[in-house]
Design a protein around this ligand. Structure first.
Ligand SMILES: [Zn+2]
Length: 371
């Protein structure tokens, strides 16, 4: 397991192959170098999204938060994404060992251990100083690197699947947890989000799949960002923080990649672990579970992309450059004629395709994808 010395990483600035020199990865093309410590490559040149001094004492609250995350990563990967990745892999007739998966914004990195244990070839990135420090404990740490989701150190088309859980909403906004939780969008929010999506699509191969999940901006309550874990935070659509299904469709239409998009219900993705510490969580979690399960039943699947769903799970298939589908059932092709009518997009199948109608690439402002 000595991946870092193998020619996997490319220079995130110029995409040239990197070579190993002592404790660095070096780019012969643009002459940048990137440090590697404990097997973990660092591509952000000190531009972490957080502030963390290795060796600093964590508060009891921070420690409890990190412990709690371990229980969150396991069901997300083991119960939700591994079965879905397995379905896609079997459709292609490929073995697990050759199926490459990136967890973009992998946080504590446990996902990479879990994906690897399930036999997949997994990598993870996060632009965090705290995570870099945490990752020293990970078994598969040489597959973890400190990198920005909008500037990934991987070659074009490298991955069969890319996961980004709870990432997109943090792109292009400023959040503050000093006192009350506050968030406001940057003027570059949409350009930043398009840039992030363009980058995850770049590293996915044609025929590969991107999985995004995040709280639904069209659902009026956010249980994931607030003053306390699991607390209900009321928000309006004009807040400009949580993405909606229509926004994601709009971002994809502006990118130069032919894609097909589908929304899934978050049954099994949501475990109601934090919200159950509140009375409304205990009261509502059983009916909510039943409702989320209903979204997996055929006549109700369309709900997954609507304001009735508190948490969006988005499957984006990257098609080949001619735009002909290289994966997915033929039925998905039929929605092509409806693509200029946004209202028809959330039809019963929840499928549509956002082919690159606008061939223009979004401007490239500096951005940080927080995980
Ligand atoms: Zn370079």
């Amino acid at each position: 397991m000595n991946e870092v010395s193998e020619p996997v990483y490319v220079c995130p600035a110029c995409h040239a192959r990197l070579s190993r020199a002592d404790t660095d990865l070096r780019c012969a093309s643009c002459r940048r170098s990137y440090p590697v410590e404990d097997g973990i490559a660092d591509f952000v040149s000190g531009e972490y999204y957080d502030r963390f001094t290795p060796g600093a004492r964590l508060s009891d609250e921070e420690r409890a938060g990190l412990e709690h995350e371990i229980g969150g990563a396991t069901p997300r990967i083991r119960d939700f994404y591994v079965p879905r990745i397995g379905d896609a892999r079997r459709l292609r007739g490929r073995t697990n060992a050759t199926w490459r998966v990136l967890d973009c914004g992998c946080g504590n990195g446990i996902s990479v251990d879990l994906l690897s244990e399930s036999g997949l070839a997994a990598w993870g990135i996060d632009p965090s100083a705290l995570r870099k420090w945490q990752w020293r404990e990970r078994k598969w740490r040489e597959r973890l690197s400190v990198a920005d989701g909008s500037s990934l150190p991987f070659p074009d088309g490298f991955f069969d699947a890319v996961l980004a859980s709870g990432v997109l909403e943090h792109v292009g906004v400023v959040e503050s947890r000093a006192g009350r939780y506050e968030v406001r969008p940057l003027p570059t929010r949409d350009a930043d989000r398009r840039k992030f999506l363009a980058e995850v699509l770049r590293v996915a191969r044609p025929g590969g799949t991107i999985w995004l999940d995040f709280p639904n901006g069209a659902f009026p309550i956010d249980f994931w960002h607030g003053d306390r874990p699991g607390a209900a935070r009321l928000h309006g659509r004009r807040e400009g923080f949580l993405p909606t299904s229509e926004q994601v469709r709009g971002y994809l239409r502006a990118l130069p990649f032919p894609t097909r998009i589908r929304f899934h219900g978050p049954h099994r993705r949501l475990q109601f672990r934090q919200v159950r510490s509140h009375w409304y969580g205990r009261v509502l979690s059983a009916p909510m579970r039943a409702f989320l399960r209903l979204m997996n039943v055929r006549p109700f699947r369309f709900l997954a992309g609507t304001a009735a769903n508190p948490f969006l799970v988005v499957e984006i298939s990257r098609e080949n450059s001619e735009g002909s589908p290289v994966s997915g059932p033929p039925a998905a092709r039929q929605v092509d004629r409806a693509r200029d009518d946004p209202r028809s997009r959330s039809g019963a199948s929840g499928r549509t395709r956002g082919r690159g109608q606008i061939r223009k690439r979004a401007p490239d402002p500096p951005t940080t994808a927080r995980a």
